[in-house]
Design a protein around this ligand. Sequence first.
Ligand code: NCD
Length: 338
Amino acid sequence: MEFRGAHILSVTQFERDDVQRVFEVADSMEPYAHRLRISKALDGAILGSMFFEPSTRTRVSFGCAFNLLGGHVRETTDIKSSSITKGESLYDTARVISGYSDVVVMRHPQPGSVAEFAKASRVPVINGGDGPNEHPSQALLDLYTIKKELISKQRSIDGMHIAMVGDLKHGRTVHSLSQLLLLYKGITFSLISPRELKMPDSIVAELRNAGHEVIETEDMEAGLKDNDTVYLTRIQEERFENKLEADIYRGRFRMNQAIYTRHCQPNTVIMHPLPRDSREEANELDNDLNQHPNLAIFRQTDNGVLVRMALFALILDVTDKIDRNATDVGWYTESRFD
Ligand code: NCD
């Protein structure tokens, strides 16, 4: 794929080599993301950060990634305070914002909305999540994390076993991650969810057609056996008709120290895109695993900055300018990265 000037709307745009390229560039971003070096490769560039749905990590990590390359960020964070509430079309918003920015990241509740915005945009657009549809940068950072975690356990993505747990119907992160894994070989998926919240049939069919084994189950104990990675998700309350309907499923599938010890392989990597719902009635990933060495959730969030820096560097074509004129950081920093 040609990264220069590209929109990043779906994981289906990527070939295996493209993913590899993103990961190589992400690796090279470490000294900058880890506050050892400063790069000004994007000095003067502006990111239009348009989030029309709640977001903490995706919005802030895209912003930090852009800042770490020397660029500036302009944000719209609330649908209520944007002109969309005055009836402005995505077309008009895209024409306007793309005149102010060099690249745009957008999150919006409507599936397909970011692609519609991109069609009218004069600059590259990255999908930060379009409703229940896709979340490509999350899938890339998840896969980057899986790769690193498995390498440290002498395993690889090809041939791995992954369990995905929770709201697989509405979870855009599991939709994108599954589709990205179509590029790899011989994976076994244990899809653990309430029947009503199962992975869309179209995605399951694609996985099977690609030669992967897919087990769909409501039995968490059985589904957790023999996995390299378990990827937990939150019940996506905001996608339900009302909160009461979501309440039916909350707390159905939980991971904690006791369940992990009883049902998972000792080396199983524990992942979650976050936010985890830590309320008593949900608690799909308990705090009692916080010190567990296989808990990778905060390595995922750290890796998100590397992967998002890589996407900006590739799209804006500055990969060869990052190290040029880089300097050491001039302030006090404490090493806080593994
Ligand atoms: C996810 C999302 O927004 O889809 N969060 C994220 O971007 N890390 C998952 C979620 O909200 O449950």
